[in-house]
Design a protein around this ligand. Structure first.
Ligand code: SF4
Length: 114
Protein backbone atom coordinates (compact mmCIF):
# COMPACT_ATOMS: atom_id res chain seq x y z
CA UNK A 1 0.00 0.00 0.00
CA UNK A 2 1.37 3.41 -1.00
CA UNK A 3 0.10 6.72 0.31
CA UNK A 4 0.00 10.09 -1.38
CA UNK A 5 -1.24 13.51 -0.29
CA UNK A 6 -3.02 15.11 -3.22
CA UNK A 7 -1.79 18.69 -3.71
CA UNK A 8 -4.18 19.63 -6.51
CA UNK A 9 -6.52 21.53 -4.17
CA UNK A 10 -6.37 22.69 -0.53
CA UNK A 11 -8.40 19.71 0.72
CA UNK A 12 -5.24 17.59 0.63
CA UNK A 13 -6.85 14.15 0.39
CA UNK A 14 -4.78 11.22 1.61
CA UNK A 15 -4.96 8.72 -1.25
CA UNK A 16 -3.91 5.09 -0.77
CA UNK A 17 -3.02 2.73 -3.61
CA UNK A 18 -2.89 -1.03 -3.13
CA UNK A 19 -0.75 -3.55 -5.02
CA UNK A 20 -3.48 -3.93 -7.64
CA UNK A 21 -3.42 -0.18 -8.34
CA UNK A 22 -6.83 0.40 -6.74
CA UNK A 23 -7.17 3.78 -5.02
CA UNK A 24 -9.18 4.98 -2.07
CA UNK A 25 -9.43 8.27 -0.21
CA UNK A 26 -9.64 10.61 -3.19
CA UNK A 27 -12.26 13.34 -3.12
CA UNK A 28 -12.54 13.67 -6.90
CA UNK A 29 -11.16 12.35 -10.18
CA UNK A 30 -8.33 14.89 -10.24
CA UNK A 31 -6.80 13.00 -7.32
CA UNK A 32 -6.70 9.81 -9.40
CA UNK A 33 -4.87 11.64 -12.20
CA UNK A 34 -2.51 13.22 -9.69
CA UNK A 35 -1.53 9.85 -8.18
CA UNK A 36 -1.17 8.22 -11.61
CA UNK A 37 1.23 11.01 -12.63
CA UNK A 38 3.12 10.80 -9.34
CA UNK A 39 3.64 7.07 -9.88
CA UNK A 40 4.79 7.38 -13.49
CA UNK A 41 6.18 10.86 -14.28
CA UNK A 42 6.07 13.22 -11.29
CA UNK A 43 6.30 16.93 -12.14
CA UNK A 44 6.55 20.14 -10.15
CA UNK A 45 6.54 23.88 -10.59
CA UNK A 46 9.89 25.10 -9.29
CA UNK A 47 10.12 28.34 -7.32
CA UNK A 48 13.40 29.79 -6.16
CA UNK A 49 15.46 32.99 -6.33
CA UNK A 50 18.37 34.30 -8.36
CA UNK A 51 21.02 36.87 -7.42
CA UNK A 52 20.21 40.42 -8.42
CA UNK A 53 22.25 43.61 -8.41
CA UNK A 54 19.86 46.13 -6.91
CA UNK A 55 19.71 48.92 -4.33
CA UNK A 56 16.82 47.22 -2.50
CA UNK A 57 17.27 43.44 -2.46
CA UNK A 58 19.88 40.85 -3.33
CA UNK A 59 17.57 38.00 -4.44
CA UNK A 60 14.87 38.00 -7.13
CA UNK A 61 12.06 35.43 -6.82
CA UNK A 62 11.51 33.26 -9.89
CA UNK A 63 9.30 30.40 -11.05
CA UNK A 64 9.31 27.95 -13.94
CA UNK A 65 6.85 28.81 -16.72
CA UNK A 66 5.38 25.30 -16.40
CA UNK A 67 5.96 22.09 -14.50
CA UNK A 68 9.25 20.23 -14.89
CA UNK A 69 10.09 16.59 -14.19
CA UNK A 70 11.13 16.07 -10.58
CA UNK A 71 14.27 14.38 -11.89
CA UNK A 72 15.34 17.64 -13.57
CA UNK A 73 14.97 19.88 -10.50
CA UNK A 74 18.60 19.69 -9.33
CA UNK A 75 20.01 20.32 -12.81
CA UNK A 76 17.68 23.31 -13.26
CA UNK A 77 18.67 24.65 -9.82
CA UNK A 78 22.32 24.51 -10.90
CA UNK A 79 21.45 26.73 -13.88
CA UNK A 80 19.44 29.10 -11.68
CA UNK A 81 22.36 29.40 -9.25
CA UNK A 82 24.69 30.52 -12.07
CA UNK A 83 22.55 33.55 -12.91
CA UNK A 84 22.98 37.12 -11.67
CA UNK A 85 20.65 39.79 -13.09
CA UNK A 86 20.61 43.54 -12.70
CA UNK A 87 17.69 45.82 -11.84
CA UNK A 88 15.37 46.92 -13.31
CA UNK A 89 13.62 43.57 -13.72
CA UNK A 90 9.87 43.38 -14.26
CA UNK A 91 7.43 40.70 -13.21
CA UNK A 92 7.12 38.05 -15.95
CA UNK A 93 10.51 38.93 -17.47
CA UNK A 94 12.24 35.80 -18.78
CA UNK A 95 15.37 35.24 -16.73
CA UNK A 96 16.46 32.01 -18.48
CA UNK A 97 14.92 31.09 -21.83
CA UNK A 98 14.33 27.37 -22.45
CA UNK A 99 16.42 26.24 -19.50
CA UNK A 100 18.48 23.13 -20.39
CA UNK A 101 16.41 22.78 -23.56
CA UNK A 102 13.44 21.55 -21.51
CA UNK A 103 11.01 23.91 -23.22
CA UNK A 104 10.47 25.78 -19.95
CA UNK A 105 11.50 29.35 -19.11
CA UNK A 106 12.57 30.78 -15.76
CA UNK A 107 10.36 33.80 -15.05
CA UNK A 108 10.62 36.70 -12.59
CA UNK A 109 7.74 36.83 -10.13
CA UNK A 110 8.47 40.33 -8.80
CA UNK A 111 9.34 43.74 -10.17
CA UNK A 112 12.56 45.25 -8.86
CA UNK A 113 12.89 48.75 -10.28
CA UNK A 114 16.27 49.76 -8.89
S1 SF4 B 1 -8.55 14.35 -4.66
FE1 SF4 B 1 -9.76 16.06 -5.46
S2 SF4 B 1 -10.70 16.93 -3.60
FE2 SF4 B 1 -9.00 15.65 -2.89
S3 SF4 B 1 -7.24 17.07 -2.74
FE3 SF4 B 1 -7.17 16.11 -4.78
S4 SF4 B 1 -8.21 17.58 -6.09
FE4 SF4 B 1 -8.79 18.08 -3.99
Amino acid sequence: MKEFICIVCPRGCKIRVNEQGEMEGYGCKRGITYVQNEMTNPKRMLTSTVKIKSKIVNRLPIITSSEINKDDIFRVMEEINKVKVEAPIYIHDVIIKNVLGLGVDIIATRTIRE
